[in-house]
Ligand binder design. Structure first.
Ligand SMILES: *[C@@H]1O[C@H](CO)[C@@H](O)[C@H](O)[C@H]1NC(C)=O
Ligand SMILES: *[C@@H]1O[C@H](CO)[C@@H](O)[C@H](O)[C@H]1NC(C)=O
Ligand SMILES: *[C@@H]1O[C@H](CO)[C@@H](O)[C@H](O)[C@H]1NC(C)=O
Ligand SMILES: *[C@@H]1O[C@H](CO)[C@@H](O)[C@H](O)[C@H]1NC(C)=O
Length: 277
């Protein structure tokens, strides 16, 4: 029976309470000591055992001890004095970074009072839509979003809320764990979809960012004007122009050479005349 109780206590102490925060946010890691009285005289230590310098925040004799604090947490942690009065240990962490993700242990007075909080950190940003290319019959749109965590999903939608099939979806990950995601979509000229939405979503953090684009009718008209016949004409004109330029260059050179010869002759004749006098 005693063994069973011990196991239960172990489980409840080891079971981490999970919190989520986005990069840049402030988050408060809270532990209820169930003392429900003023605990500001106690010793409290927040630490992260996976770090070599493991102290996140140390509080002793009603004071915060900064000496042993991990430099990454310098100036970013604060204990709520108000909550200590009520027996709650609330540590506010400002400007959350991706590297803050981890398991935080809170020791209260002794090792018997140990609590765990797991902090998960996410990151999100708005996607950007670009025109990647096009011809008379279709346009290629690109959509990209950078700096997401964990890995997000990207989708294209029309104004009626119908999912549109993407041609490509590519995800890359930086050494600092952040994901970039990009996708391309082909819009046919005959397609009724003029209003398009690119949506990036991350399920765990329930983050959604979207960007819309409205394709003006004249975008296709401009591309239509540039029909293959036009390109053919343009190409023929360029060949003709190039030929004309080459002929002109040869002609120029010949004329220049001739005038140089004449100049040389003149100089020689002048010198000859000088000699004569
Ligand atoms: C934190 O603890 C959980 C179990 O509670 C574990 O799955 C996870 O890997 C730990 N995370 C880190 C960064 O150690
Ligand atoms: C126009 O571009 C689309 C997408 O790149 C391509 O599938 C199609 O064959 C092109 N059409 C013409 C006429 O070039
Ligand atoms: C993600 O996008 C950023 C900004 O465009 C870029 O600097 C970075 O190299 C990209 N990372 C990867 C892995 O593609
Ligand atoms: C996700 O967030 C949206 C608002 O952004 C909210 O309406 C929805 O209920 C949330 N879903 C979950 C599962 O929390």
């Amino acid at each position: 029976m005693a063994v069973l109780c011990l196991l239960l206590i172990c489980f409840s102490a080891g079971e981490a309470h999970t919190m989520r925060a986005l990069v840049g946010d402030d988050v408060t890691l809270s532990v209820d000591t169930t003392t429900s009285s003023d605990i500001s005289e106690s010793v409290m230590e927040w630490s992260r055992l996976d770090l070599s310098s493991d102290i996140v925040h140390l509080y002793e004799n009603r004071r915060t001890k900064y000496k042993k604090q991990n430099p990454d947490y310098k100036g970013r942690t604060m204990l709520s004095a108000e909550d200590l009065d009520r027996g709650i240990i609330s540590l506010k962490l400002s400007g959350v970074r991706l590297a803050d993700e981890g398991n935080y242990t809170c020791l209260f007075n002794s090792k018997d009072n140990m609590y765990s909080v797991q902090l998960l950190v996410g990151a999100a940003s708005s996607p950007v839509i670009t025109l990647e290319g096009g011809n008379i019959s279709s346009l290629v749109l690109g959509c990209r979003a950078k700096g997401w965590y964990p890995q997000p999903k990207l989708s294209w939608w029309n104004a009626d809320g119908h999912l549109l099939p993407a041609v490509t979806v590519t995800t890359t990950q930086d050494p600092d764990r952040l994901y970039n995601i990009s996708s391309t979509l082909v819009v046919e000229r005959k397609s009724p979809n003029r209003h398009l939405i690119c949506r990036v979503h991350q399920e765990l953090f329930n983050q959604t960012r979207e960007t819309e684009i409205h394709l003006p009718e004249n975008l296709f008209r401009v591309l239509k004007q540039c029909s293959p016949k036009f390109y053919g004409f343009l190409a023929a004109s360029l060949v003709f122009l190039l030929a004309a330029l080459v002929i002109l260059a040869i002609a120029c050179r010949t004329v220049h050479k001739n005038s140089q010869k004449q100049k040389d002759m003149m100089v020689t004749s002048c010198q000859n005349e000088d000699l004569k006098t």
